[in-house]
Design a protein around this ligand. Structure first.
Ligand code: AKB
Length: 305
């Protein structure tokens, strides 16, 4: 039985990815690890503990998801850099020694104010203005380096903002697109920290999980990108999202109180060009804005009923 380790298993992606991997490979094949709250307690900064867990459990594949996101990274830049970089290097070094396959999430945060705003290309100027973005650009290059120099089979996606009804995000600039649903159902109103007309790339979690599994399933020789693949699904503004929610909840009202996260959002593209992902491993999103909103509200309402 192939043993898979998910690091950051209690986070937004980790919660759903662990469930999807368990459904596919069986409960005991997937070790859910996090600093607290998971089956196994693991701090990815502790490389000795990481290596002994890999050896003890005979792990062959790691999904390394533990990171500090864009907004919280700006509050604690040094800590964000240390966690995001050293965590990745610890995983890559174990992968090199023990010949493991690795998934590591990159982000649309690799782009910055000098990147094209519409359909930012796979290969583009990447001069991010956040510590999180800098750590993602550097991380992508480390992944590419470990692949080229040591043959590590490491794969990555540049996730856009992820929207999920299961787990809450924490510390991101795109978090409004999840908070809004909870507040709309509870209070029929939401005060947004992002301005009405700011479009950002987004994706519904079922598409993100499928993209991750499809990338990991793809034959290695098909992959032309060993940094992080652009994957496009949705691009919308707060105003467009609110209009869609209002179709289900007519009393819903949105107010605006932009904060420091507006500047981060302004530095990112509104959409990305994902031709490489489509050509190399057949990426196709399933959910559009209306499908995502309908599904989110259905799931969250049935939970609170
Ligand atoms: C964030 O907002 O920081 C993340 C991301 C786009 O990577 N959701």
């Amino acid at each position: 039985m192939k043993k898979i380790l998910v690091i950051g298993a209690c986070g937004q992606i980790g919660t759903e990815l662990t469930a999807a991997l368990r459904q596919r490979y069986g409960q005991t094949a997937v070790i859910a690890a996090d600093i607290t709250g998971a089956d196994v307690q693991l701090n990815v900064m502790d490389k000795v503990a990481l290596h002994s867990l890999v050896l003890k459990e005979k792990v062959v594949e790691i999904y390394h998801l533990a990171a500090m996101l864009s907004a919280s990274g700006e509050q604690q830049p040094t800590k964000a850099w240390e966690l995001n970089m050293q965590g990745l290097l610890n995983v890559l070094n174990v992968a090199k020694t023990d010949q493991l396959k690795v998934f590591w999430p990159s982000s649309i945060a690799v782009f910055g104010p000098s990147s094209p705003k519409a359909f930012a290309p796979q290969h583009s100027v990447a001069e991010p203005s956040t510590v999180y973005g800098i750590s993602k650009v550097a991380g992508e290059l480390w992944c590419q380096y470990y692949h080229a120099q040591y043959g590590v089979d490491v794969r990555s996606l540049r996730y856009p903002g992820l929207i999920s009804h299961t787990a809450q995000p924490g510390g991101g600039t795109t978090d409004y697109a999840v908070d809004i649903f909870h507040q709309a159902l509870k209070h029929r109103q939401y005060t947004n920290f992002i301005k009405a007309h700011t479009a950002m790339p987004m994706m519904y979690m079922p598409d993100a999980i499928r993209a991750t599994l499809e990338l990991m399933d793809a034959p290695a020789e098909k992959l032309s990108i060993r940094t992080g693949y652009n994957v496009h699904a949705l691009s919308f503004t707060p105003e467009q999202l609110a209009a869609e929610i209002t179709k289900h909840l007519p009393a819903f009202k949105m107010y605006y109180k932009p904060d420091f996260r507006q500047q981060i959002a302004d530095s990112w593209p509104a959409s990305v060009n994902d031709k490489c992902a489509r050509d190399d491993w057949g990426w196709q999103p399933y959910y559009d804005l209306s499908g995502m909103v309908t599904d989110m509200l259905k799931n969250l309402s049935s939970r609170s009923a």
